[in-house]
Ligand binder design. Structure first.
Ligand code: ATR
Length: 273
Protein backbone atom coordinates (compact mmCIF):
# COMPACT_ATOMS: atom_id res chain seq x y z
CA UNK A 1 0.00 0.00 0.00
CA UNK A 2 1.43 3.39 -1.01
CA UNK A 3 1.44 6.20 1.48
CA UNK A 4 -0.23 9.25 -0.07
CA UNK A 5 -2.30 12.32 0.78
CA UNK A 6 -5.26 10.17 1.80
CA UNK A 7 -3.37 7.92 4.20
CA UNK A 8 -4.96 7.83 7.64
CA UNK A 9 -2.72 7.84 10.71
CA UNK A 10 -3.12 5.58 13.74
CA UNK A 11 -0.67 4.88 16.51
CA UNK A 12 0.38 3.97 19.99
CA UNK A 13 1.28 6.36 22.79
CA UNK A 14 3.22 5.25 25.85
CA UNK A 15 6.70 5.09 27.28
CA UNK A 16 8.51 2.90 26.46
CA UNK A 17 6.91 1.88 23.14
CA UNK A 18 9.88 0.77 21.03
CA UNK A 19 9.44 -2.94 21.73
CA UNK A 20 5.68 -2.95 21.18
CA UNK A 21 4.19 -5.55 18.84
CA UNK A 22 1.17 -3.33 18.06
CA UNK A 23 2.73 -1.48 15.08
CA UNK A 24 3.57 -4.67 13.19
CA UNK A 25 0.18 -6.23 13.97
CA UNK A 26 -1.90 -3.23 12.89
CA UNK A 27 0.20 -2.40 9.82
CA UNK A 28 -0.09 -6.03 8.70
CA UNK A 29 -3.88 -5.76 9.12
CA UNK A 30 -4.12 -2.50 7.14
CA UNK A 31 -2.22 -4.19 4.32
CA UNK A 32 -4.24 -7.41 4.47
CA UNK A 33 -7.59 -5.58 4.40
CA UNK A 34 -6.46 -2.98 1.83
CA UNK A 35 -6.95 0.00 4.09
CA UNK A 36 -4.95 3.14 3.28
CA UNK A 37 -3.56 3.75 6.78
CA UNK A 38 -0.40 3.52 8.85
CA UNK A 39 0.19 2.78 12.53
CA UNK A 40 3.16 4.37 14.32
CA UNK A 41 4.65 4.26 17.81
CA UNK A 42 4.87 7.61 19.61
CA UNK A 43 6.93 7.84 22.77
CA UNK A 44 5.20 10.42 24.97
CA UNK A 45 6.49 11.70 28.32
CA UNK A 46 4.01 11.77 31.19
CA UNK A 47 4.03 15.59 31.34
CA UNK A 48 3.32 15.86 27.59
CA UNK A 49 0.25 13.65 27.47
CA UNK A 50 -2.27 16.48 27.23
CA UNK A 51 -0.28 18.10 24.41
CA UNK A 52 -0.05 14.76 22.62
CA UNK A 53 -3.82 14.24 22.77
CA UNK A 54 -4.60 17.79 21.67
CA UNK A 55 -2.05 17.41 18.88
CA UNK A 56 -3.55 14.12 17.76
CA UNK A 57 -6.95 15.77 17.63
CA UNK A 58 -5.69 18.78 15.69
CA UNK A 59 -3.84 16.55 13.21
CA UNK A 60 -6.85 14.34 12.65
CA UNK A 61 -5.15 11.17 13.84
CA UNK A 62 -7.88 8.57 13.51
CA UNK A 63 -7.08 6.24 16.37
CA UNK A 64 -4.61 5.54 19.14
CA UNK A 65 -3.75 2.74 21.47
CA UNK A 66 -2.63 3.84 24.90
CA UNK A 67 -0.17 1.95 27.05
CA UNK A 68 1.83 2.45 30.25
CA UNK A 69 2.05 4.93 31.90
CA UNK A 70 -0.85 6.84 30.29
CA UNK A 71 -3.88 4.55 30.49
CA UNK A 72 -5.45 6.20 33.54
CA UNK A 73 -4.29 9.79 33.04
CA UNK A 74 -5.57 9.92 29.46
CA UNK A 75 -9.20 9.57 30.60
CA UNK A 76 -9.06 13.27 31.62
CA UNK A 77 -8.30 14.54 28.14
CA UNK A 78 -10.90 12.76 26.04
CA UNK A 79 -14.31 14.01 24.87
CA UNK A 80 -16.14 10.87 25.86
CA UNK A 81 -15.57 7.50 27.55
CA UNK A 82 -17.33 4.22 26.84
CA UNK A 83 -19.14 2.66 29.80
CA UNK A 84 -16.38 0.11 30.40
CA UNK A 85 -13.57 2.70 30.14
CA UNK A 86 -15.37 4.84 32.72
CA UNK A 87 -16.02 1.93 35.09
CA UNK A 88 -12.50 0.51 34.80
CA UNK A 89 -11.00 4.00 34.94
CA UNK A 90 -8.55 3.36 32.13
CA UNK A 91 -8.37 3.58 28.34
CA UNK A 92 -6.29 1.49 25.94
CA UNK A 93 -8.01 2.57 22.71
CA UNK A 94 -9.02 6.00 21.41
CA UNK A 95 -11.15 6.48 18.33
CA UNK A 96 -11.56 9.77 16.50
CA UNK A 97 -15.29 9.86 15.82
CA UNK A 98 -16.04 12.92 13.63
CA UNK A 99 -13.46 14.98 15.47
CA UNK A 100 -14.40 13.78 18.95
CA UNK A 101 -11.94 11.56 20.80
CA UNK A 102 -13.71 8.63 22.44
CA UNK A 103 -11.94 6.33 24.93
CA UNK A 104 -12.50 2.58 25.08
CA UNK A 105 -10.94 -0.31 26.98
CA UNK A 106 -10.49 -3.58 25.06
CA UNK A 107 -8.23 -5.35 27.60
CA UNK A 108 -11.10 -7.13 29.36
CA UNK A 109 -12.84 -8.33 26.22
CA UNK A 110 -9.43 -9.35 24.85
CA UNK A 111 -8.84 -11.59 27.85
CA UNK A 112 -12.35 -13.02 27.67
CA UNK A 113 -12.05 -13.91 23.99
CA UNK A 114 -8.63 -15.47 24.58
CA UNK A 115 -10.12 -17.65 27.33
CA UNK A 116 -13.12 -18.57 25.23
CA UNK A 117 -10.79 -20.25 22.75
CA UNK A 118 -10.29 -23.03 25.27
CA UNK A 119 -13.12 -22.97 27.80
CA UNK A 120 -16.63 -21.83 28.67
CA UNK A 121 -16.39 -18.62 30.68
CA UNK A 122 -20.08 -18.05 31.32
CA UNK A 123 -21.12 -19.49 34.67
CA UNK A 124 -17.55 -20.41 35.63
CA UNK A 125 -15.55 -19.57 38.76
CA UNK A 126 -12.63 -17.30 37.91
CA UNK A 127 -9.69 -16.46 40.14
CA UNK A 128 -7.72 -13.38 39.03
CA UNK A 129 -4.34 -12.64 40.59
CA UNK A 130 -3.54 -8.92 40.43
CA UNK A 131 -5.66 -5.77 40.75
CA UNK A 132 -3.56 -3.43 38.58
CA UNK A 133 -4.82 -2.01 35.28
CA UNK A 134 -5.06 -5.37 33.54
CA UNK A 135 -6.60 -7.14 36.54
CA UNK A 136 -9.25 -4.44 36.86
CA UNK A 137 -10.23 -4.61 33.19
CA UNK A 138 -10.44 -8.41 33.23
CA UNK A 139 -12.40 -8.48 36.51
CA UNK A 140 -14.91 -5.96 35.13
CA UNK A 141 -15.51 -7.91 31.91
CA UNK A 142 -15.64 -11.42 33.38
CA UNK A 143 -17.88 -10.37 36.28
CA UNK A 144 -20.66 -9.82 33.72
CA UNK A 145 -20.91 -13.57 33.14
CA UNK A 146 -18.86 -15.41 35.76
CA UNK A 147 -18.23 -15.59 39.50
CA UNK A 148 -14.99 -13.70 40.08
CA UNK A 149 -12.51 -13.45 42.95
CA UNK A 150 -9.53 -11.09 42.69
CA UNK A 151 -6.50 -11.58 44.93
CA UNK A 152 -3.87 -8.89 45.26
CA UNK A 153 -0.66 -8.42 47.21
CA UNK A 154 -2.02 -5.04 48.34
CA UNK A 155 -5.40 -5.95 49.81
CA UNK A 156 -7.04 -2.49 49.46
CA UNK A 157 -6.69 -2.57 45.67
CA UNK A 158 -8.51 -5.91 45.54
CA UNK A 159 -11.23 -4.59 47.84
CA UNK A 160 -11.79 -1.57 45.57
CA UNK A 161 -12.91 -3.96 42.85
CA UNK A 162 -15.83 -5.15 44.94
CA UNK A 163 -17.79 -2.33 43.26
CA UNK A 164 -17.91 -4.63 40.21
CA UNK A 165 -19.65 -7.29 42.30
CA UNK A 166 -16.51 -9.45 42.60
CA UNK A 167 -14.86 -10.61 45.80
CA UNK A 168 -11.50 -9.08 46.67
CA UNK A 169 -9.01 -10.70 49.01
CA UNK A 170 -5.31 -10.97 49.80
CA UNK A 171 -2.89 -12.99 47.69
CA UNK A 172 -2.08 -14.95 50.82
CA UNK A 173 -5.45 -16.68 50.46
CA UNK A 174 -4.39 -18.27 47.16
CA UNK A 175 -4.30 -21.88 48.47
CA UNK A 176 -7.93 -21.58 49.58
CA UNK A 177 -9.41 -19.94 46.45
CA UNK A 178 -7.47 -22.02 43.94
CA UNK A 179 -9.41 -25.08 45.15
CA UNK A 180 -12.65 -23.25 44.37
CA UNK A 181 -11.68 -21.94 40.91
CA UNK A 182 -12.29 -23.36 37.43
CA UNK A 183 -10.12 -20.72 35.75
CA UNK A 184 -6.95 -19.05 37.07
CA UNK A 185 -5.57 -15.87 35.50
CA UNK A 186 -2.23 -14.28 36.34
CA UNK A 187 -2.81 -10.54 35.83
CA UNK A 188 0.31 -9.49 37.77
CA UNK A 189 3.63 -8.70 36.16
CA UNK A 190 5.29 -11.64 37.93
CA UNK A 191 6.99 -13.84 35.32
CA UNK A 192 7.69 -11.03 32.87
CA UNK A 193 11.25 -11.53 31.68
CA UNK A 194 11.95 -13.81 34.63
CA UNK A 195 11.80 -17.49 35.54
CA UNK A 196 9.36 -17.01 38.39
CA UNK A 197 5.73 -17.96 39.02
CA UNK A 198 3.27 -16.43 41.43
CA UNK A 199 1.60 -19.84 41.91
CA UNK A 200 3.38 -22.71 43.68
CA UNK A 201 3.26 -25.67 41.28
CA UNK A 202 1.82 -28.03 43.90
CA UNK A 203 -1.39 -25.92 44.02
CA UNK A 204 -2.17 -26.65 40.36
CA UNK A 205 -4.44 -29.51 39.29
CA UNK A 206 -5.39 -30.84 35.83
CA UNK A 207 -9.00 -29.52 35.82
CA UNK A 208 -7.85 -25.90 36.21
CA UNK A 209 -7.66 -23.71 33.07
CA UNK A 210 -4.66 -21.38 33.43
CA UNK A 211 -4.10 -18.11 31.61
CA UNK A 212 -1.16 -15.73 31.90
CA UNK A 213 -1.32 -12.13 30.65
CA UNK A 214 2.49 -12.06 30.47
CA UNK A 215 3.75 -12.91 26.94
CA UNK A 216 7.50 -12.37 27.32
CA UNK A 217 8.49 -15.16 27.57
CA UNK A 218 5.59 -16.76 25.69
CA UNK A 219 5.79 -19.86 27.84
CA UNK A 220 6.06 -18.41 31.32
CA UNK A 221 7.07 -20.45 34.33
CA UNK A 222 3.41 -20.50 35.40
CA UNK A 223 2.22 -21.86 32.04
CA UNK A 224 5.02 -24.43 31.90
CA UNK A 225 4.14 -25.67 35.41
CA UNK A 226 0.46 -25.72 34.48
CA UNK A 227 1.07 -27.76 31.33
CA UNK A 228 3.23 -30.22 33.19
CA UNK A 229 0.38 -30.68 35.68
CA UNK A 230 -2.01 -31.38 32.80
CA UNK A 231 -3.87 -28.03 32.75
CA UNK A 232 -5.29 -26.42 29.62
CA UNK A 233 -3.44 -23.11 29.17
CA UNK A 234 -3.76 -19.80 27.28
CA UNK A 235 -0.78 -17.50 26.82
CA UNK A 236 -0.68 -13.71 27.05
CA UNK A 237 -0.06 -13.29 23.33
CA UNK A 238 -3.64 -14.41 22.67
CA UNK A 239 -4.90 -11.64 24.94
CA UNK A 240 -2.68 -9.13 23.14
CA UNK A 241 -4.01 -10.32 19.78
CA UNK A 242 -7.66 -10.13 20.83
CA UNK A 243 -7.39 -6.72 22.48
CA UNK A 244 -5.73 -5.50 19.28
CA UNK A 245 -8.42 -7.12 17.15
CA UNK A 246 -11.09 -5.33 19.20
CA UNK A 247 -9.31 -1.98 18.76
CA UNK A 248 -9.08 -2.59 15.02
CA UNK A 249 -12.80 -3.37 14.89
CA UNK A 250 -13.64 -0.12 16.72
CA UNK A 251 -11.54 1.85 14.20
CA UNK A 252 -12.44 0.13 10.94
CA UNK A 253 -15.46 -2.11 11.55
CA UNK A 254 -13.45 -5.08 10.25
CA UNK A 255 -13.62 -8.43 12.10
CA UNK A 256 -10.05 -9.58 11.65
CA UNK A 257 -8.47 -12.98 11.18
CA UNK A 258 -6.93 -13.52 14.63
CA UNK A 259 -4.85 -16.51 13.49
CA UNK A 260 -3.16 -14.20 10.99
CA UNK A 261 -2.58 -11.58 13.72
CA UNK A 262 -1.11 -14.24 15.98
CA UNK A 263 1.35 -15.34 13.28
CA UNK A 264 2.45 -11.73 12.75
CA UNK A 265 2.81 -11.15 16.51
CA UNK A 266 4.80 -14.37 16.92
CA UNK A 267 7.18 -13.32 14.16
CA UNK A 268 7.59 -9.97 15.90
CA UNK A 269 8.18 -11.62 19.24
CA UNK A 270 10.91 -13.79 17.74
CA UNK A 271 12.54 -10.72 16.24
CA UNK A 272 11.62 -11.71 12.71
CA UNK A 273 10.20 -8.28 11.79
P1 ATR B 1 -0.82 -3.61 34.87
O1 ATR B 1 -1.45 -2.36 34.34
O2 ATR B 1 0.01 -4.36 33.88
O3 ATR B 1 -1.79 -4.49 35.58
P2 ATR B 1 0.11 -2.48 37.34
O4 ATR B 1 -1.09 -1.61 37.38
O5 ATR B 1 1.44 -1.91 37.73
O6 ATR B 1 0.30 -3.11 35.93
O7 ATR B 1 -0.19 -3.76 38.26
C1 ATR B 1 0.75 -4.73 38.54
C2 ATR B 1 0.08 -5.83 39.35
O8 ATR B 1 1.05 -6.85 39.63
C3 ATR B 1 -0.45 -5.38 40.69
O9 ATR B 1 -1.59 -6.14 41.01
C4 ATR B 1 0.73 -5.70 41.64
O10 ATR B 1 0.36 -5.89 42.99
P3 ATR B 1 0.28 -4.60 44.00
O11 ATR B 1 -1.01 -3.91 43.71
O12 ATR B 1 0.31 -5.20 45.37
O13 ATR B 1 1.49 -3.77 43.70
C5 ATR B 1 1.16 -7.02 41.03
N1 ATR B 1 2.53 -7.39 41.38
C6 ATR B 1 3.67 -6.89 40.86
N2 ATR B 1 4.75 -7.51 41.39
C7 ATR B 1 4.28 -8.43 42.28
C8 ATR B 1 4.89 -9.39 43.15
N3 ATR B 1 6.22 -9.53 43.21
N4 ATR B 1 4.07 -10.16 43.90
C9 ATR B 1 2.74 -10.03 43.85
N5 ATR B 1 2.10 -9.15 43.04
C10 ATR B 1 2.86 -8.35 42.27
Amino acid sequence: MDINAKTKVYGLIGKPVRHSLSPIMHNALFEKYNINAVYLAFEVELGRLRDAIMGAKALGIMGLNVTMPHKVEVTKFLDELSDEAREIGSVNTIANEDGRLVGYNTDGIGARKALERVTEVEGSKVLILGAGGAGRAIAYELSKVAEVVVLNRTLEKAKELEKFGVKGDSLEELPYYIEWADILINATSVGMGEERSIVPKNLLRPSLVVMDIVYKPLLTRLLRDARSMGCVTVDGLWMLVYQGAESFKIWTGVEVDVEFMRRVALEGLRGGR
